[in-house]
Design a protein around this ligand. Structure first.
Ligand code: CP
Ligand code: NVA
Length: 310
């Protein structure tokens, strides 16, 4: 990310930056309590949240603090943007105070507009369309467990047309893993995103989840009802039910396949209690990695020599 100002989608990350990000995340994780590397010293980073969050908010707040910076949590509902101030004006004002901004909101276009009107780095902490920090963390978790990306197969089951699926498609291409998305016709992956060229990972769709998980090293799922889509809950839960990650599906993958979930999990909807509590589930290691990877992302955005300094 040394040449890039912002992280708005996985497309902002080149193959070379991705490789460095994986290695830097590992170094940052290993040296959490021993390093005096503080690339955010003297810097104030805003964190605008228009949607709920546990992992993202807390891991960014702790991460900014650990890198020497000052995190400011900002509830979008209490800002003037909610009373009609434009996003561009908001960005131009924040630009006079802050040195970076983490934002979770609804429309990707709002995040893009904000970034275009501010000189500091903007990090997308989830929109309706994308969740790049989560997927970069997921790739790091795979790299930790498998030690490589080549030859790794992941199957994503459930809602194929949400922020997680979109970012996972781009992340799989960038990392070079094989990704099969198994979803009902109604929630198929977005064609435009499937067609984006961003690396060499092979991405495909398979309607039958049992076929899709054959030989999978990782099975991934996400909630059936994403934030902002609550009024579609009934229909979604009905249509997506056959795509639940349960023991039958887990047993159809490789015997040592690992289970990933961005969390929060809605137990016994998209994933059973038994699967999430099984020895094959690594969801809490995955959640921990949000902290390490986001610290690496912030370090690389503010310091183009971050990789060499640790
Ligand atoms: N996975 C994730 O982004 O979690 P939060 O919604 O709790 O931040
Ligand atoms: N797709 C989910 C991801 C939560 C981290 C949502 O947007 O609610």
């Amino acid at each position: 990310m040394s040449q890039v100002k912002d992280l708005l989608t996985i497309q902002d990350v080149t193959a070379e930056q991705f490789e460095k990000l994986m290695k830097l995340s590992a170094k940052i994780k290993a040296q959490r309590y021993t390093t005096d590397y503080k690339p955010l010293a003297g810097k104030s980073i805003g964190m605008i949240f228009a949607k709920s969050s546990t992992r993202t908010r807390i891991s960014f707040e702790v991460g900014i603090h650990e890198l020497g910076g000052y995190p400011l949590y900002l509830d979008q509902g209490k800002m003037q943007v909610e009373r009609g101030e434009t996003i561009a004006d908001t960005a131009r004002v924040l630009d006079r105070y802050l040195h970076g901004l983490v934002i979770r909101t609804f429309d990707q276009s709002d995040v893009e507009e904000l970034a275009a009107n501010a000189s500091f780095p903007v990090i997308n902490a989830l929109t309706n369309e994308y969740h790049p920090c989560q997927v970069l963390t997921d790739m790091f978790t795979i790299y930790e467990y498998s030690g490589k990306f080549e030859g790794v197969k992941m199957t994503y089951v459930g809602d194929g047309d949400n922020n997680m699926a979109n970012s996972m498609i781009l992340g799989a291409k960038l990392a070079g893993i094989e990704l099969v998305l198994s979803t009902p016709e109604e929630f198929k992956p977005n064609e435009d995103v499937m067609n984006i060229e961003h690396g060499f990972g092979k991405v495909s769709w398979e309607k039958d989840p049992i076929k899709a998980v054959e030989n999978a090293d990782y099975i991934y799922t996400d909630v059936f009802v994403s934030m902002g889509f609550e009024e579609e809950a009934k229909r979604r839960l009905e249509i997506l039910k056959p795509y639940q990650l349960n023991m039958t599906l887990l047993k159809a993958a490789k015997p040592d396949a690992k289970v990933l979930h961005c969390l929060p999990a809605h137990r016994d909807e998209e994933i059973t209690d038994e699967v999430i509590e099984s020895e094959q589930s690594i969801v809490f290691d995955q959640a921990e990695n949000r902290l390490h990877v986001q610290k690496a992302i912030m370090a690389m955005l503010v310091d183009e020599n971050a990789y060499d300094k640790l």
